[in-house]
Ligand binder design. Structure first.
Ligand SMILES: Cc1cc2nc3c(=O)[nH]c(=O)nc-3n(C[C@H](O)[C@H](O)[C@H](O)COP(=O)(O)OP(=O)(O)OC[C@H]3O[C@@H](n4cnc5c(N)ncnc54)[C@H](O)[C@@H]3O)c2cc1C
Ligand code: FES
Ligand code: FES
Length: 481
């Protein structure tokens, strides 16, 4: 057990001992840590909630003897989460005092910066794009920059800078240094970190058994995974998290197993790690993840975190219900599996006992002929909270009839909920426009939505009905088995 964290910054090993530090706590964000250093003030705080990207940094982590570069919002990352990783800031990018990194030079050449407040964040997102893609498509550039806002330059020159610079297979001075950085990272022991200060206990276990022991000992502890939701309690509500169990160092949770019938997704897998693996088999989950937050958020956020929030607008929940997914809950007492629909019991309430952790999510593979869709309605296409989200499943039967149907909605009630009456009405009926239009009326029996800043109750009712119609329009032409 160690009480310090160790990571790489400015090509050097840095250790922080929270016991001896007067200013830093285990829930100090990487943003605030960097801002406290004289040589790292390039990183900016705009919103402190993951929305503006001004605080973007890149974390390089060692995966199978290679470095993976991830853009993250440093305002949402607690310091112990970078234990054993390399932290790269905008100050590290220039090649030498005369030569900028290609992404920086391109930004200068295209006049991509005016006041400059957003620029370090854009540069770091662009740097991650540079390391991960060569000749990115416009869609890939847009996706990489979705999490960064600029209020004065306009996006055209910034996008142009990304397109012009990301052409060198990611080769740069970081590539030359990679083997040295890998050796340095390997020299950091993969041990559990246990930090205790006067006001806080922060556990960063290295194994699932240890995490379960901790949860059993401290059932009221705040569990964090990607912290993209949990960190806001610190940055926006200024809460003191007294006991934290941080799962981000539990390597046993970083797996995706595929069998003939299902995918089992370890609770530590980030949404970015998940997306390429499920793209073919779970297209409706993939498409909702394409509009989930931004890359900075998806690089750390997890499915298990989204489920555990039990938010009525958690985007993956309706589609997970449609797929018949289940949650694996573990404690020192044992292990159980529970369908997502039963896991969510109320407004931000779940069936999880206080000593349990989510250790995996199981996604059964769709059977031949089953049709899935997901839809998200929000004020903006990208990086926005859902007004309504939905996950639908249709099992077509004989004679163009509906054998069975699942219509799960978010944003329509205090929790994610299925349209039971509509489903019952449609089952056994022909999947045609007349029946679907009739079925749409029963949405009023199933839901009594509220009005809030994102949308009025009437708008929600109409939109929910129209999503059903959209589902029919998109699937009616699919040949019924
Ligand atoms: C800018 C921004 C954009 C966002 N966009 C979206 C969006 O488009 N759609 C959407 O649905 N959400 C969005 N979110 C919310 C958040 O990113 C998601 O809910 C995410 O999936 C949370 O995952 P996480 O691993 O970061 O969870 P954390 O923040 O680490 O944890 C969230 C909650 O889950 C619990 N928890 C996490 N893992 C476990 C586990 N293994 N066992 C038990 N409990 C656990 C924690 O205790 C905590 O209560 C956004 C958030 C931000 C800041
Ligand atoms: S400060 Fe806005 S995303 Fe971090
Ligand atoms: S250059 Fe001013 S906010 Fe982007």
């Amino acid at each position: 057990m160690q009480t310090t964290i160790t990571f790489i910054l400015d090509d050097k090993i840095i250790s922080i001992d929270f016991g001896n530090s007067s200013k830093l706590t285990p829930t100090t964000t990487v943003l605030n840590y960097l801002r406290s250093l004289p040589a790292h003030k390039g990183v900016k705080e705009g919103c402190a909630e993951g929305d503006c990207g001004a605080c973007t940094v890149v974390i390089a982590e060692l995966i199978k003897n290679r470095l993976r570069y991830l853009a993250v919002d440093s305002c949402l990352v607690f310091l112990p989460m970078i234990h054993g990783k390399q932290l790269i800031t905008v100050e590290n990018l220039k090649i030498n005092s005369e030569h900028l990194h290609p992404v920086q030079q391109a930004m200068v050449d295209t006049d991509g910066s005016q006041c400059g407040f957003c620029t370090p964040g854009f540069i770091m997102s662009m740097f991650a794009l540079y390391k991960n893609h060569t000749n990115p498509t416009r869609a890939q550039i847009d996706d990489a920059l979705t999490g960064n806002l600029c209020r004065c330059t306009g996006y055209r020159p910034i996008i142009e800078a990304a397109a012009k610079s990301c052409i060198k297979n990611g080769m740069d001075h970081f590539t030359r240094d990679e083997s040295r950085i890998i050796e340095l990272l390997k020299s950091i022991p993969e041990e559990s970190v246990h930090i205790e200060t006067d006001r806080q206990r922060y556990y960063h276990p290295a194994s699932i058994s240890e995490a379960l022991e901790l949860k059993s000992k401290y059932p009221d502890a705040d569990v964090i995974n990607g912290a993209t939701d949990a960190a806001l309690r610190v940055t926006k509500k200024h809460a003191l998290l007294e006991t934290v169990i941080d799962l981000s160092g539990v390597t046993d949770l970083l797996y995706i197993d595929e069998s003939d019938t299902a995918f089992t997704i370890g609770a530590g897998i980030s949404l970015t790690g998940l997306m390429p693996r499920i793209k073919n088999d779970f297209g409706a989950l993939y498409s909702i993840l394409e509009v989930f937050g931004s890359q900075q958020i998806r690089n750390f956020a997890t499915l298990s975190g989204n489920l555990a929030t039990a938010s009525p607008i958690g985007d993956t929940l309706p589609v997970l219900i449609a797929y018949g997914a289940s949650v694996v809950l573990e404690s020192t007492r044992g292990k159980r599996e529970i369908p997502v629909e039963q896991f969510i019991t109320g407004y931000r309430e779940t069936a999880k006992e206080s000593d349990e952790l989510i250790t995996a999510v199981i996604l059964p593979k769709p059977a031949e002929g089953e049709i899935f869709r997901s839809y998200k309605i929000s004020k903006r296409k990208d990086l926005d909270i859902s007004t309504i989200s939905s996950g639908f499943k249709l099992v077509p039967g004989n004679d163009e009839k509906v054998e069975s149907i699942i219509l799960a909605y978010g944003g329509m009630a205090e929790k994610i909920k299925r349209a039971d009456t509509v489903e019952q009405f449609l089952t056994g009926k022909e999947w045609n426009r007349i029946t679907v239009e009739e079925a749409m009326q029963y949405i009023d029996d199933d839901f009594n939505p509220i009005s809030d800043v994102r949308g009025g109750a009437e708008m929600r009712r109409v939109a929910a009905k129209n999503l059903l119609l959209k589902f029919w329009v998109e699937t009616a032409s699919i040949e019924v088995v």
